[in-house]
Write a protein that binds this ligand. Structure first.
Ligand SMILES: C[S@@+](CC[C@H](N)C(=O)[O-])C[C@H]1O[C@@H](n2cnc3c(N)ncnc32)[C@H](O)[C@@H]1O
Length: 349
């Protein structure tokens, strides 16, 4: 045994365990609005923070110290004050920030709670339906992806497909398949006010939440949502999207084939997927650790629970995704953008 390698492995586990131990603390912080209370209070000692947050001071001190140790909150040792830096506010406290990341902890908490179901499926090979997850899974997905869409979708990704902008600016039609809580659908509806925008998802509670969010945003008249599977919606569209959902579907080829049929002849299919390389070993890094783990607990079980059960996994990579789209009939498949966490493909008939 190589002692250096052993120590390095143990340190890596140590770091991962320390990170995992934050999961319940982040949930408590989020649910009790501790980050926003600290942001509003400004630099203050523990007693003032506990009072402002309405929590017991012994708990607040331990929570604040854990956050400071993680670098998620800050401490001024001269004044004995705790505070959030502007970056910490953006990542943990400001729900509308394009840097917010706290939603990830909603999903992580649900995956811990859902572990017995997935463990049982490991033995049987059966799936775990998307709808069987704890409700905070759906909220976490929407909250974690929202900043990504807000910072990239309209300013960086869709402009790489000029024909899409032309069509939607000219009042074209857009279907957001697998829309979840409809964050991307609303952004499209806001940006292209004359476009006809529809969101489809087979998960009824997500569609209800999407409708509620659209109504709250004053968009109820501009975007419609329907509970439909990716293979059973009607209508003709200029643009059909699958944003971070094609790999969750049991039959991605069938879903893409249905999109092929519903698209106008010069229509565009836009796919956003988690970033991945084509070879397994390309993904053995921190992004792969996060995505393969989420995929084991959420994406693969969701796909195996549906007909066909192809189970592409979140780390399918561009080659496998292109094969799926070509099998569905698309002849022109191009990667139009990549970031550290996402890949964007555009396909034409
Ligand atoms: C990871 S979530 C992404 C949601 C949304 N597009 C987003 O980016 O926030 C995957 C979504 O795909 C939906 N989904 C999975 N299989 C589906 C199917 N066969 N038909 C329609 N929706 C499906 C799920 O209900 C879920 O909302």
């Amino acid at each position: 045994m190589d002692t250096k390698k052993l120590k390095a492995l143990q340190w890596k586990v140590f770091e991962n365990v320390a990170a995992a131990q934050l999961v319940p603390l982040m949930r408590i912080g989020d649910e009790l609005k501790l980050f926003s209370r600290l942001a509003e209070a400004g630099p203050c000692d523990n007693a003032v923070f506990a009072e402002a947050a309405g929590i017991h001071p012994r708990y607040s001190l331990e929570w604040l110290c854990a956050m400071c140790a993680a670098g998620y909150a800050s401490y001024d040792s001269d004044a004995g004050h705790f505070f959030l830096s502007p970056e910490q506010v953006a990542v943990f406290a400001d729900e509308d920030s394009t840097s917010l990341m706290i939603g990830a902890y909603d999903s992580l908490a649900s995956l811990v709670m859902d572990e017995p179901k997935v463990r049982a499926a490991f033995k049987t090979g059966e799936g775990v339906p998307w709808s069987d997850h704890h409700p905070c899974f759906f909220r976490g997905t929407a909250r974690f992806f929202k900043p990504v869409y807000k910072s990239n979708l309209l300013s960086r990704w869709l402009p790489k497909i000029p024909a899409l902008t032309e069509k939607l600016e000219a009042g074209g039609s857009f279907a957001d398949v697998g829309c979840g809580h409809g964050v991307s659908t609303m952004l499209i509806a806001q940006h292209f006010p004359t476009a006809r925008v529809v969101g489809y998802d087979f998960h009824g509670p997500s569609i209800e939440e999407a409708r509620r969010l659209a109504a709250d945003a004053g968009l109820a008249a501009r975007v419609t949502y329907e509970t439909r599977s990716a293979k059973d919606y009607d209508g003709r569209f200029d643009v059909i999207s699958f944003f971070d959902c094609l790999h969750d579907m049991g039959d991605p080829v069938g879903a893409a084939m249905h999109a092929f049929r519903q698209l106008n002849d010069d229509g565009l299919l836009v796919i956003i997927e988690p970033f991945a390389g084509d070879r397994l070993e390309d993904n053995f890094n921190v992004v792969g650790q996060m995505f393969y783990s989420a995929s084991t607990m959420g994406c693969v079980p969701a796909s195996l629970a549906q007909e066909v059960g192809l189970a592409l996994g979140a780390q399918a990579g561009p080659s496998k995704l292109s094969i799926v789209l070509r099998q569905a009939g698309f002849s022109d498949v191009q990667t139009v953008a990549t970031t550290a966490t996402n890949i964007v493909l555009c396909a034409r008939k």
